[in-house]
Write a protein that binds this ligand. Structure first.
Ligand code: CA
Length: 627
């Protein structure tokens, strides 16, 4: 039987603040569990081991358990013991804001103690429209774990705050490099407390972090002291402050679709089954492919997600959220969250994966998936259409895209994704899941699947390194010059690769060692020209608003195409002329103005003037503007 929680939702839901509410005079504890027969707060002096210094019984009113502890509990740790029938289980508070090692006990603390010097001056970056954002996806550990750069705090939040870090050739790396590249936002792979890395073990361990344990607590393995809950909070703020000082926003990747544990998760210990969806026969459903899915549509599951997002946005002054398997979250929850988040930060950027990881009991009409994008006006979605059109399908190594062999077959699809997939009078390809470029994230590489370089290598097995570089640059130009929100993975700008001994390249490096995942900073020197090209493309995108339109109407009015034959074409966008030529022959172009980008170089100062006949070289773009 499928449990029925509607009665709990209508009779017992609570809309006030939950968790440990600290003040110097007292701490109020509030937890919600209409299923519990008894709940007690356990207070500890330490985040692990150590003595239990107090046990406080809680009083229940309409499913809300509450108690107060007199005095200043700053620095103490706590858990709840929840009794249901004869079964007692101890759990961390799902609302806990920090924890001791491995996230077992929550921490009670004065948030003022976690603010680094200068924090009051830190503020989120301003963003007028989503298409002004240029997103750089990065794993905290990857930035600093490789020995090719002299980081002191390898694998830690603090590595982002280090100055004058260089590679062997003396080139700046780390945050300084990212700022010089010109991206506007860093999207961090999950930094909330996750399960599979043992924080008490200092040997190198790696996980992407899509195995959530505590949503409101920074991951302990990224802090210099996972035992002291204040340190992880403070050091994550230091990272954000360092980025804000360089004018870069920080986006958190949030995994509200499932939890790593199911039956023994803090959610399930607090209120069995309530926070998870069930199949018709009463089992945990598995739309995430990870064993469960959070029931965002139930009152208190919804409240939890919204409370968590608002707390993180406010406390950490975040610039955005990326939602993992967003299709498993119901549309109403996301729209309500967006409204509240915009009050906290009007510039906040919200986007996610518009799909699920398996069959879900959530009705299709309620899912935040691509075909429902029009009902989620504040959210953008990853365009797997763009990704697979440009470089070929991600599930087949050999599959080719527009730039690596399938130019003629995919020309119309390429024109479509260049226009963010919106309807366009000149495009005879009907797959329009949005009418706004602000809702489309364009990319050819992310943490999932092969890197762009590795995919090109496998799909073009006879290509020389020179060829690979040329095609890589063509793909990058399409990412930065298409309508929508450009997104790259860290290191893509110096041909990031994940080779594995004897078996090619790593498709799914979620738990692979640092040797596979880390950014190899010496490659920045080796592929300097690729980096310079990406940097130039970004500068050009920032210079010309034509490349950052904000509506389907604008795209239909101002973009028009001219055929160049064989899959090549010209897209005119107001005063910008973009020729795209994936073929093996050069194409003649008639244009007047200044050339800012060709297959070799890209810069926001003109490379040269052109007055009449010019060429778009084979497997290249050419960008000409009137001024
Ligand atoms: Ca952890």
């Amino acid at each position: 039987m499928q449990p029925n929680f509607i009665e709990y939702d209508s009779n017992y839901s609570y809309d006030g603040q939950l968790g440990a509410i600290w003040s110097p005079e007292k701490t109020i504890f509030r937890m919600w569990s209409p299923a519990a027969n008894e709940v007690r707060v356990n207070i500890y002096s330490e985040g692990t081991d150590g003595e239990r210094i107090a046990v406080l019984p809680m009083v229940c009113r309409h499913g809300l358990w509450e108690t107060e502890a007199e005095g200043d509990l700053n620095g103490k740790y706590y858990t709840y013991t929840v009794r249901i029938g004869y079964v007692e289980r101890e759990t961390i508070d799902i609302y806990a804001r920090s924890a001791g090692v491995n996230g077992v006990r929550g921490m009670i603390f004065d948030p003022a103690l976690t603010c680094p010097r200068g924090w009051e001056k830190s503020s989120p970056v301003k963003l007028k429209k989503y298409t002004d954002a240029i997103i750089y996806e990065l794993h905290v550990r990857d930035l600093s774990s490789d020995e090719s750069a002299n980081f002191k705090y390898r694998g830690k939040f603090k590595a982002f705050t280090e100055k004058n870090v260089k590679n062997a050739a003396g080139e700046p790396v780390g945050l300084e490099h990212i700022a010089a590249l010109g991206v506007t936002h860093i999207h961090l792979l999950p930094v909330a407390d996750y399960f599979t890395v043992d924080e008490s073990d200092t040997r190198p361990q790696f996980n992407w972090g899509y195995d959530p344990l505590n949503y409101n607590i920074p991951e302990g393995s990224y802090s210099t002291d996972p035992y002291d809950g204040l340190v992880r909070v403070k050091e994550f703020k230091e990272l954000i402050l360092a980025a804000h000082r360089k004018g870069i926003g920080i986006i958190m990747d949030v995994v509200y679709n499932h939890t790593y544990l199911t039956a023994d998760s803090p959610f399930n210990k607090s209120f069995p089954d309530y926070y998870y969806r069930q199949t018709h026969d009463g089992h945990f459903s598995n739309g995430s492919g990870c064993g469960n899915e959070l029931a965002s549509e139930r009152e208190m599951g919804r409240k939890y997600i919204i409370d968590s997002l608002c707390y993180l946005a406010q406390e950490y002054k975040l610039d955005g959220f990326r939602f993992d398997l967003m299709g498993l979250i119901d549309i109403d929850t996301l729209n309500m969250a967006a409204e509240k988040l915009r009050e906290i930060n009007p510039s906040i950027i919200l986007y996610g994966e518009g799909w699920t990881g398996g069959a879900s009991p959530l009705e299709e009409g309620r899912r935040a998936v691509k075909y429902n994008t029009w009902r989620l006006p504040q959210f953008a979605m990853f365009s797997d259409d763009f990704r697979d059109t440009v470089k070929g399908n991600v599930f087949s190594d050999q599959s080719m895209g527009y730039i690596n062999g399938a130019d003629q077959q995919l020309e119309w699809k390429m024109r479509s994704v260049l226009c963010a997939g919106v309807r366009h009078p000149q495009i005879h390809y009907g797959h329009n899941w949005t009418d706004s470029p602000c809702q489309v994230v364009n990319y050819v590489e992310a943490h999932d699947n092969l890197t762009f370089h590795d995919k090109l290598r496998l799909s073009m097995p006879t290509a020389s390194m020179e060829d690979i570089i040329q095609i890589d640059k063509l793909g990058a130009a399409l990412v930065f010059f298409s309508q929508g929100i450009p997104f790259i993975q860290a290191g893509q700008e110096f041909l990031r690769s994940k080779p594995v001994a004897h078996c090619g390249f790593d498709h799914n490096s979620y738990a692979s060692p640092d040797s596979v995942n880390s950014l190899k900073w010496n490659k920045l020197t080796e592929y300097r020209q690729v980096y310079e090209y990406y940097k130039g493309l970004i500068a050009i995108r920032k210079k010309f608003p034509e490349l950052r339109m904000s509506s389907g109407d604008e795209i239909r009015k101002y973009i028009n195409f001219t055929d160049l034959g064989g899959g090549a074409f010209i897209a005119r966008m107001k005063s910008v002329i973009l020729a795209v030529n994936p073929t093996w022959q050069d194409r003649e172009i008639i244009a007047t103005g200044y050339i800012y980008a060709d297959g070799e170089s890209a810069s926001d100062t003109p490379l040269r003037e052109c007055d009449g006949r010019t060429y778009c070289k084979s497997r290249s773009i050419l960008l000409v503007a009137e001024e």
